[in-house]
Design a protein around this ligand. Structure first.
Ligand code: AMP
Ligand code: ZN
Length: 459
């Protein structure tokens, strides 16, 4: 089977073939760094981290995810807080990488920052002017949408009709209402760079076009991002890049994740209905959040609720429970592979619900196995599946011992279990039952088996 991806431009799932044998380039639009990332922002980071992991099994991947560190929202945050822009962007870039790291997102190969690529943007804008696709007006440089006949091919919008039907106020310096900004003038209190058009700053779209070209070449294999970026951001990136590079296609496959909502409303900073990853990972293991984000197919909407996390936690407890107590030798673990069906599900347009079903089928086989060698083999395959999906990265004992502050610690629990077992031995059933109730009240479930008493947090 070859890898298949749903391509937004073609509107269907198609076989994936890289432009150059064995090598793949991928660009993901990263965060605008003026605030902590919410779990909606984390969805593309996690989903496309998984795609990167899947691609790396077959190909030599170069994966770039940018930081937008010049933007009017950042300028507004600087004015509001009185803090310098560099301080704001540095703080939230670090926080972003820490928070995504907590969700098992591996660092991309390249993390370009917009402010470090202003020269590349200027060169690209100059090329667009020279080739007749952009014009200067009133200190601005605008992309001339009418000069690119394929405009709208990605988002399937007829922009000319759209604008004609709306009553947007058109800036006087624009030739046409749908022309978009490549460069705009800055006043002294705003960030600005010298350019042939005066001191100014870039428009958002040109940032990604310039950074993708610089690090991955004129044509990239995969361009990824959230669904809201299809229009206008990606449509504009496509127009600019294609026109600057004499018609060379910009991205061969376009992949977009669906929205994460809360109570069926899109989670967004402007609506204020956000759950920050930064806060969440203080109380919930990052793997639980990761699995919750992967629980729905990436193109489907995902409605977030308390149950989303609870069910992800239960799923992980089942997986960790299956491998618990099985000692897998290092070399066996290193050589193990995930089941073919699990890999096939991920290679089928990142079908995570199907992949998780295969993961559970493997856990079930392991739970049923009685032969020691078979158990080790299946457990090793569980760990290999976990490595691929960014799950099962904790030691199983530590996983079940993990607790949030204010709860009973693992040591407290172990000593209570010892106390209960001693009481049972002495036939002091009242004490034994009281201890059991105390543990139950703290959401600790205990199970008595042939090998002794085991416990887990039940929430
Ligand atoms: P931003 O920092 O707003 O530029 O967003 C960073 C990334 O998060 C982009 O790829 C957005 O498409 C994506 N994104 C923002 N909100 C959501 C959401 N509620 N659900 C899924 N993806 C989102
Ligand atoms: Zn972008």
């Amino acid at each position: 089977m070859t890898l298949h991806l749903h391509d937004t431009r073609q509107g269907r799932k198609i076989p994936f073939e890289p432009m150059h044998d064995g090598k793949v380039t991928m660009y993901l639009c990263g965060p605008t760094v003026y605030n902590y990332a919410h779990i909606g922002n984390a969805r593309p980071a996690v989903v496309f981290d998984l795609l990167a992991r899947v691609l790396r099994r077959r190909y030599e991947l170069t994966f770039a995810r940018n930081f937008t560190d010049v933007d009017d929202k950042i300028n507004a945050a600087s004015i509001e807080t009185g803090k310098p822009i560099d301080e704001i962007t540095a703080k939230y870039m670090t926080a972003y990488n820490e928070d995504m790291g907590a969700l098992g997102v591996l660092p991309p190969d390249i993390e370009p920052r917009a402010t470090r690529h202003i020269d590349d943007m200027i060169v690209m804008i100059e090329a667009l002017i020279e080739k007749g696709h952009a014009y200067e007006a009133d200190g601005h440089v605008l992309f001339d949408v009418d000069s690119y006949k394929d405009y709208g091919s990605l988002s399937k919008r007829d922009l000319r009709e759209m604008i004609a039907g709306s009553r947007v106020e058109v800036a006087p310096y624009k030739k046409a209402a749908h022309d978009f900004v490549l460069w705009k003038p800055s006043t002294p209190e705003l960030p600005g760079w010298e350019s042939p058009w005066g001191v100014g700053r870039p428009g958002w779209h040109i940032e990604c076009s310039a950074m993708a070209a610089k690090h991955l070449g004129d044509t990239i294999d995969i361009h990824a991002g959230g669904q809201d970026l299809v229009f206008p951001h990606h449509e504009n990136e496509l127009a600019q890049s294609c026109c600057a590079h004499d018609g060379a296609d910009f991205a061969r496959y376009w992949v977009h994740n669906g929205f994460l909502s809360m109570d069926h409303e899109k989670m967004s900073k402007s609506l204020g209905n956000v759950v920050l990853v930064h806060d969440l990972v203080k109380t919930v293991p990052g793997e639980v959040v990761r699995l919750a984000l992967l629980s729905a197919h990436y193109r489907q909407p995902l409605d977030w609720s308390g149950d989303t996390l609870k069910s992800a936690k239960r799923m992980l407890d089942r997986l960790y429970g299956a491998v618990r107590g099985i000692d897998v030798p290092e070399d066996v673990r290193a050589a193990a592979e995930p089941p073919e069906a699990l890999v096939a599900a991920l290679e089928d347009d990142i079908n995570t619900p199907k992949a998780m079903a295969e993961f559970f089928a493997l856990a079930k086989d392991l739970n049923k196995a009685s032969d020691g060698g078979e158990k080790i083999r299946l457990a090793a395959s569980m760990f290999a599946s976990g490595d691929l999906m960014g799950l099962l990265q904790s030691d199983p004992e530590e996983w079940f011992a993990g607790h949030v502050e204010g709860e009973l610690s693992a040591e407290d629990i172990e000593s209570l279990i010892e106390k209960r077992n001693a009481a049972r031995k002495d036939k002091d059933f009242a004490t034994a039952d009281a201890v059991r109730d105390q543990l139950a009240a703290a959401n600790i479930k205990i199970e008595d088996g042939a090998g002794g008493t085991t416990w887990r947090r039940d929430d």
